[in-house]
Design a protein around this ligand. Structure first.
Ligand SMILES: [Zn+2]
Length: 197
């Protein structure tokens, strides 16, 4: 069975997400999602995106937007949901979230994506923020609704800190972003057992 992967670029439209040094999270994660989508084209799978342009028409900001994304993925009956975000708040590094509790399959997918991304980030001196296998222990928080309320395995990635000057520079670097997208794609492909076309 061909697997359907739903890519969710966080925020969008009126909701810029976190901002830092002139960079908007909504724009970074949309670029990243488009690159992941492109790289997944090398594998036998089908992809869909909760948004593919920075508009608030389909996916307004705030809770309503989150519910629409969740309803979209559930209605599509996707096999896997991947939400892409950047962090903020004077920290550094990469982290991923799954719901709490999460099925073993989901945790396994999370670990494989995590390992792939951290391996790539090593080359840039970027490490895991906190515990690399951290699971979401604050599932009630709105921003994690996308991993809590989606019916399929779902993982949310916090890709570096947009307000950290060093990491902000990386997020502005299109070569870095493409490398990150490749690492995420390799993790998704490996964890879901996707075959090369
Ligand atoms: Zn975000």
């Amino acid at each position: 069975m061909t697997k359907l992967i739903c890519l969710d670029a966080g925020h969008g439209g009126k909701d810029s997400g976190a901002v830092g040094y002139g960079l908007r999270e909504a724009d970074v994660v949309l670029k990243l999602a488009e690159l992941v989508n492109q790289h997944l084209g090398a594998y036998s799978c089908v992809t869909t995106m909760t948004r593919n342009k920075n508009t608030s028409a389909g996916y307004p900001s705030g809770r309503e937007g989150l519910h629409k994304r969740i309803a979209y993925a559930n209605a599509k009956n996707a096999d896997f949901f991947l939400s892409l975000h950047c962090n903020a708040g004077k920290g550094s590094g990469f982290e991923s979230y799954v719901a709490q509790p999460a099925p073993t399959r989901t945790k396994r997918i999370q670990k494989i994506i995590n390992d792939n991304v951290l391996d790539f980030l090593k080359g840039y001196g970027v490490k895991a923020h906190g515990n690399p296998e951290k699971v979401d222990i604050q599932a009630a928080r709105g921003r994690i609704a996308v991993v809590r309320d989606t019916k399929m395995s779902a993982v949310l990635l916090e890709c570096l800190f947009i307000d950290n000057p060093t990491e902000n520079k990386l997020l502005k670097d299109s070569q870095f972003l493409d490398g990150l997208a490749k690492a995420i794609t390799a993790g998704v492909a490996s964890s879901l057992g996707l075959e090369k076309r």
